[in-house]
Design a protein around this ligand. Sequence first.
Ligand SMILES: O=C(O)c1ccc(O)c(O)c1
Ligand SMILES: [Mg+2]
Length: 597
Amino acid sequence: MRTSIATVSLSGTLTEKLTAAARAGFDGVEIFENDLIGSPLSPEEIRDQAADLGLKIDLFQPMRDIEAVPEDAFARNLRRAEHKFRLMRRLGADTVLVCSSVSPHALDDDALAAAQLRRLADLAGESGIRVAYEALAWGRHVSTYDHAWRIVEAADHPALGVCLDSFHILARGSDVTGIEAIPGDRIFFLQLADAPQMALDVLQWSRHHRCFPGQGDLDVAGLVRAAVRAGYEGPLSLEVFNDVFRQADAGRTAVDARRSLTLLQEAAGLAAPPEPVVPTGFAFVEIATADTARITPLLTALGFSRTARHSGKPVDLWEQGEAGILVNTDTGSHRPEPSLTAVGLESPDPAGACARAESLLAPVLPRRRAPEDAPLDAVAAPDGTEFFFCATDRSGRTGWTGDFAPAPHRPAPAGITRVDHVALTQPWHHFDEATLFHRGVLGLRPHASVDLADPYGLLRSRAVSNEAGTVRIALGVGASPTDDPARGGRPQHVALLTEDLVATVRRVRAAGARLLPVPTNYYDDLAAHHTFAPGELETYRELGILYDRDEKGEFRHCYTVTTGRVFFELVERVGGYDGYGARNAAVRLAAQHAVAE
Ligand SMILES: O=C(O)c1ccc(O)c(O)c1
Ligand SMILES: [Mg+2]
């Protein structure tokens, strides 16, 4: 099916919007009247520009407050429509969207609405134009798609059909199976948008919080399936009103939009991009730093040993158990501070993972490797983190570790078995894009979003993981005023798994690791929530260990102080505990500020 996007979904001038839509691979656009009115280009120039970019103008919109009004008002509306139909001929657009009236003067009279829409369609038909009638969720008398269809059916005019908009339909909780009763050729247009579930006035919800399908909580794919079953064959068109997209880079938003649409087509059974390849574990985490002395003493204290050095690059491999950390001093001129720049994911099919990423418009990175190096495919996530798809064969050294020459070392492990999770901070306006990327491109499942209180702001966090929990990424967002933007904002972290946190903490403290101090008040609060074995709570208090318990199990964790832009977390999971200690986040964030001050 053809794909389209409404110009209201993108920022900038009309030319910028058309260019962004075309570059992202859309077939067409819905032109919003305001974008046209504000453009210095004539309708003919807009038509030519769209054609040059390979875009069809699928829809012109909106016309408002047309139907179910007294005759004198309707005569004025027809005159207005005549003007717009002339404009549409110049523009080369053949379908116009008419929103159900929100006017206080509109009458609650379906027969009148049908008769007037029929007259409008008569006029439109003379110009070869089709009228798509859309029920706004806050329409004065018509606010559901089935009501709009009843009126269109009664009007019975070949130039009149309905426009279905997933937001209006799903926001009102309408049953989408009714769509299948509408003849497909009478569904003139299908607009798609998602939204997070919110207890908000529906107009405000629609105008400010729509997002691309897959980024919210609505079952947009189910609605598309119903429309296709009805026989709809027109474009799938994204129409998203969103405060962030209005100011974000149009090119980037258009790519995010197009990726969302491909994933939606896949979910609705309309497209089959290369299948997702779910990663099975972390191969490595890469920390870039201009000065290794900033990070290696900490790695040593945490029980890591430098086991190998890359044969052609200034990259060292530090290992403990199955946890691998690459320390890369090739930082270029930027990011001299230690920061987390890349993540290696164990992939059962690196080439397949890359093919999927490419089909979803993820930037595939140019290979930074010598001819003799093992092939390593990588894509850039929305926050710039590089994700490598690795097929590690440590025994045969045929995977990426084959590019490393072993270094003499004396292991002094602290009980760390592997990487538990990686926490990546996202720019606030790319959070939904990041979640969709990690789900769609990397094949990870998103979990519920949680709000975490920082003394100087509110953080949003959302984990994505594979089913086994061997790949977990915590996406976080929210800058606090005390973050130093020159240091790239909030720090990121690597969480390392141990089977005995108390023993590990004793070892790493003795080896000189600086751990985050935890206030005594925290332990008093913990005592109020849970009962502990004799001495247990005192041990946590002594070692600065945080604790959580739920119906599935227990979680013990603690943090190192931050170095540059990174810190480490040490975690122990007991039983089926599947979370990240969210109830301790406020204490941790406060402690981090206290240390930084
Ligand atoms: O918010 C609005 O007014 C508006 C206009 C046109 C649409 O297609 C729509 O879904 C909403
Ligand atoms: Mg709409």
